[in-house]
Design a protein around this ligand. Structure first.
Ligand code: FEO
Length: 394
């Protein structure tokens, strides 16, 4: 296990988690990395650590360039255990290291996980001289935990951004000039949608701080390091944090005997006729985190479920729970579903979407048993009229 040079005397010493497939509900089909960075100066400094099972990988990479016992400072930009889990193993070796973390929330969170350690709380704009280099600490609370902060290193102008600008993307390449760049952008978007999206306002505030810094490199805590494509990732974050909407529509459903599926297609036709780009997601095949990434920019969302034992289907309930926690901007919604008797699901979906920062485009749409061609045509006409009325009002 070798350290990877990022700049003179600055190394990536993290770990690659090729097999991560689920990050508390976020399906991570490309695995992830936990990035830690080593700065060799008069004070030997480690920026963040890795998830606990990967401690030996990190320590081996550090050992490839320096004795880890010589580490003086560990900066904990964020206490979540994917970045702090290796702290106890490291401190058994680096016995004199002090841990710099956000004053208040950082110390509180790390103490909760690891007990009393030699913490130093840092405040906004506080600096720390490492010798030839200086670190400046900037809190970025709720992007995406209360303790989050970023650290800016001069004179190299490296922003250690922790979760911001990260991607769950395992690869052998460490930078945006070496990796599969389109994949890095896809994973950065999915990461934003599934982790950061609820905190758009706080992200916008953090971005305004970043705008004042002469950033030459962004070293996030997951995925690849941004070097050449910093303007693009900053611009994407700017759009995402503002909740910029486009002309796509997410139509999400499950189906028992294809009736709710037929309704989904009738709704699809209405949006196509109105000039939108509908995308259909059958929850039997599609996972919540991919849908959330696509739905982030939609102005409209339609969710449908058949009635199963007086309830919506469990797959739809799971999607709506996940969506409620993450939806970052107001959307107009349609709730729909088929039933045999009872028929509770369309109203349940309607209620659940109403609790998700969304507003109804029209009342819940319900059909019994197998929809006829005329019934499907009526759905298309009703939805199309509702879209047109809404467009005229805005
Ligand atoms: Fe990658 Fe919030 O931890």
């Amino acid at each position: 296990m070798q350290a990877v040079k990022i700049s003179e005397n600055i190394y990536w010493v993290g770990a690659i988690d090729w097999n991560l497939r689920n990050f508390h509900g976020y399906e991570t089909e490309k695995g992830s990395t936990y990035n830690a960075y080593l700065i060799l100066d008069e004070k030997i400094t480690l920026i963040d650590t890795v998830k606990e099972p990967f401690a030996s990988e990190m320590i081996a990479r550090i050992s490839s360039v320096i004795d880890p016992a010589k580490i003086d400072i560990v900066v904990c930009n964020h206490a979540e255990p994917d970045h702090s889990g290796a702290l106890p193993a490291l401190l058994k070796i680096a016995k004199n290291a002090k841990i710099y973390t956000a004053f208040g929330a950082g110390i509180k969170d790390l103490t909760a996980y690891y007990g009393e350690l030699p913490y130093v709380g840092v405040k906004n704009g506080e600096t720390l001289s490492l010798g030839k280099r200086t670190l400046t600490f900037v809190p970025t609370p709720m992007v995406h935990w209360p303790d989050n902060m970023v650290s800016f290193l001069t004179p190299e102008n490296i922003l250690f951004s922790n979760d911001a600008f990260g991607q769950h993307y395992a690869s052998d390449e460490r930078t945006d000039t070496e990796c599969d760049l389109p994949e890095a952008f896809i994973q950065a978007r999915k990461y934003y949608a599934n982790i950061v999206q609820p905190y758009g306002m706080q992200t916008a505030k953090a971005l305004s701080v970043c705008a004042d810094l002469p950033i030459e490199t962004i070293c996030p805590s997951h995925g690849i390091v941004w070097t050449k494509h910093i303007p693009q990732i900053l611009s994407l974050y700017n759009d995402w944090s503002k909740g910029t909407q486009d002309d796509t529509v997410a139509i999400v459903f499950d189906t028992m005997w294809h009736s709710t599926e037929a309704m989904a297609h009738a709704i699809e036709t209405a949006f196509l006729n109105a000039g939108f780009k509908p995308r259909l997601y059958n929850l039997h095949y599609c996972n919540n985190s991919d849908i959330i990434a696509d739905a982030m920019s939609c102005k409209y969302i339609a969710v449908g479920s058949p009635t199963l034992n007086n309830n919506m289907m469990p797959s739809v309930a799971s999607f709506l729970t996940y969506f409620k926690g993450l939806n970052g901007n107001k959307k107009k919604f349609i709730a729909f579903g088929s039933y045999g008797w009872g028929g509770q699901s369309p109203d349940q979906v309607f209620e659940a979407l109403s609790a998700c920062k969304c507003e109804p485009l029209l009342p819940a749409i319900r059909l019994a048993y197998k929809p006829s061609e005329d019934q499907l045509k009526k759905i298309t006409e009703d939805v199309q009229s509702a879209i047109q009325a809404e467009q005229e009002n805005n």
